[in-house]
Design a binder for this molecule. Structure first.
Ligand SMILES: NS(=O)(=O)c1ccc(-n2ccn(-c3ccc(F)cc3F)c2=O)cc1
Ligand SMILES: [Zn+2]
Length: 258
């Protein structure tokens, strides 16, 4: 129903999702010089030690890792948030061929990819679905990714992608802890915005970290795969096996000549 093509891309989403023309739509271009410093904002706190990932899925728009959210075992709090928000899932946004895929930009600068850790206000709302439509229902932590210059992590990304190569594929994915994806500084920008894809609900308190993370093979083994650089083009959305292997083959040759 929606996508990023000419017939179904962001400029047309308003036809099925009128909120696309709302007053707090995301993503935005972050302008650090005009961002006002709010002294009442403290640091954010992430408690991901007990987090329990359940599965990894390709929903046709991204790869999503879902978490067990029946209690407050993994939460984000502090900063602009009045109470703890539970981690529900994380996912990535890639770039199209040759272009960079972050959704937020900083003074017009795009990053290679962007990781979103989606949390919901389980103090005020009974379910994620209910929170997803409430103005203070969700908190998404955005982390920019830059591809390092010495990363040859194709094997790790291959493993992960082959697990969820087609839209609708879901597979077991236990004991991944996203804290290894965090940069050293938790300095952030924050603003009231929305889901960046349909249904575009204006329910997100965005917390975007200033420091990007770089991917290199020195990352601890358990940080497994990270979205590819723009060579991959869009995540294999309903990619046929052949296309996917061609994409990898193409990347491989590019990688080896890099
Ligand atoms: N890219 S992002 O802003 O982090 C983002 C974009 C879209 C979603 N998203 C898509 C569908 N849903 C969703 C799933 C279940 C539900 F009950 C309600 C929803 F809005 C959702 O939260 C979740 C996160
Ligand atoms: Zn996202």
């Amino acid at each position: 129903d929606w996508g990023y093509g000419v017939e179904d891309g962001p400029s047309l989403w308003h036809q099925n999702y009128p909120i696309a023309e709302g007053s707090r739509q995301s993503p935005i271009d972050i302008l650090p010089q005009t961002a006002s410093h709010d002294p009442s904002l403290g640091p954010i706190a992430l408690k991901y030690d007990q987090c329990t990932s359940i599965n990894i899925a390709n929903n046709g728009h991204s790869v999503v890792v879902e978490f067990e959210d029946s209690d407050d075992r993994s939460v984000i709090q502090g900063g602009p948030l009045d109470n703890p928000y539970r981690l529900k899932q994380f996912h990535f946004h890639w770039g199209g061929k040759g272009c960079r895929g972050s959704e937020h930009t900083v003074e017009g600068h795009s990053y290679a990819s962007e990781l979103h850790l989606v949390h919901w206000n389980a103090v005020k709302y009974e379910t994620f679905g209910e929170a997803a439509t409430a103005p203070d229902g969700l908190a998404v932590l955005g982390i920019f990714l830059e591809t390092g210059d010495d990363h040859r992590w194709l094997h790790t990304i291959t493993d992960a992608l082959y697990m969820v190569k087609f839209k609708g594929s879901v597979t077991n994915f236990k004991s991944f802890n996203p804290k290894c994806l965090l940069p050293s500084s938790l300095h952030y920008w924050t603003y009231l915005g929305s889901l960046t894809t349909p249904p575009l609900h204006e329910s997100v308190t965005w917390i975007v970290l200033k420091e990007p993370i770089a991917v290199s093979e020195k990352q601890p083994a358990h940080s497994w795969w990270i979205p590819g650089s723009s060579h991959y083009g869009w995540f294999p959305i309903q990619t046929s096996q052949m296309e996917l292997s061609l994409a990898f083959a193409a990347h491989k040759t590019t990688a080896s000549t890099e």
